[in-house]
Design a protein around this ligand. Structure first.
Ligand code: ATP
Length: 285
């Protein structure tokens, strides 16, 4: 296998990091960068690694309860059908929901529109000890806002720097940020949309405007590429994840998250009571 037996010959953080090697137009969305195991092995690994993630998240939560101000934020950005919902269910679904601050960002509400675009993002940042998950994010304001010309170019252009500063502040206050850009091919997207039309249980997911967005794919590709180029910082790195194979994309994001948690060097918090004395009290109770 050319790896340590875990299927990865190159760690996901290296194989997927945005950069010249991972350009949007050239991306093999059916690929499995860094991983040379098959679907069966990958699917099994998701379960195994899910319990590792679960323990790490519980440790962060436990420390948060005792005053540790750190948190982790996963940002998921991707075109329709890229699998953001499934990612949340299958990766984040491994951890205790009480430790997760999840927010899906749709079209801004009238109230949100009256505020700066980062207002709603700020309000949704993870609390201390929490794993925050953004299903779409402030990046919509340099993606759909740009492609659909919701604001003039002079406005969206200055947002990249603004977002970098915003994320710098978040990182400085103890949040480890992991940003994931999810890509499917246009053919795979077509199949997934067709399935939504075929199946009664999926009709609710179908949005006629998704077909209009397909026609704008080159514009979106450019917008995604600029986003990656301009906001791929060390304090808030982007990872480019091929998503035609759902099992791979889920395994990859699992690994990216585990890496982020491991870098926190967490341990179970020390008891803030006398253990022996408590054992004695309990036995006598
Ligand atoms: P999804 O496709 O993520 O499952 P959905 O189709 O159910 O979502 P919503 O979650 O209600 O729809 O909203 C997603 C839509 O909101 C997307 O089309 C997205 O481009 C749009 N959107 C999100 N943020 C913004 C924004 N800041 N400005 C304009 N449109 C936005």
């Amino acid at each position: 296998m050319g790896n340590n037996g875990d299927g990865w010959h190159t760690p996901a953080v290296e194989a997927l990091r945005a950069g010249p090697r991972n350009q949007v137009v050239d991306l093999d969305t059916n690929g499995t960068p860094g991983f040379d195991g098959d679907k069966e092995f990958g699917t099994k690994l998701i379960e195994e690694r899910g319990s590792v993630l679960s323990d790490l998240q519980e440790m962060l939560f436990a420390n948060g309860r005792l005053g540790d101000e750190r948190s982790v934020l996963l940002v998921l950005q991707g075109m329709d059908t890229a699998g953001k919902g499934g990612m949340v269910r299958n990766v984040i679904g491994h951890v205790d929901p009480q430790g997760v601050d999840h927010t899906a960002f749709g079209v801004p509400t009238p109230e949100e529109k009256r505020h700066h675009y980062l207002w709603r993002i700020h309000k949704a940042l993870p609390r201390d000890g929490q794993l925050g998950v953004f299903d779409r994010s402030h990046y919509e304001d340099v993606l759909v806002a740009r492609v659909r010309q919701l604001v003039p170019e002079s406005v969206w252009r200055r947002r990249y720097d603004e977002i970098n500063r915003f994320e710098r502040d978040i990182a400085d206050s103890g949040t480890t940020i992991v940003k994931v850009a999810m890509f499917v091919s246009l053919d795979e997207q077509k199949e997934r949309l067709a399935e939504r039309l075929e199946r009664r249980d999926k009709h609710w997911k179908y949005n006629p405007s998704d077909v209009d967005e397909r026609a704008l794919w080159p514009e979106y590709q450019q917008a995604y590429q600029d986003m990656l180029d301009k906001t791929n910082t060390d304090h808030a790195p982007w990872y480019v994840v091929p998503c035609d194979r759902k099992w791979y994309s889920r395994l990859a994001v699992m690994e990216l998250l585990i890496d982020a948690f491991e870098r926190l060097d967490l341990d179970w918090p020390e008891a803030n009571f006398d253990i022996e004395a408590e054992k004695k009290r309990l036995a006598e109770s």
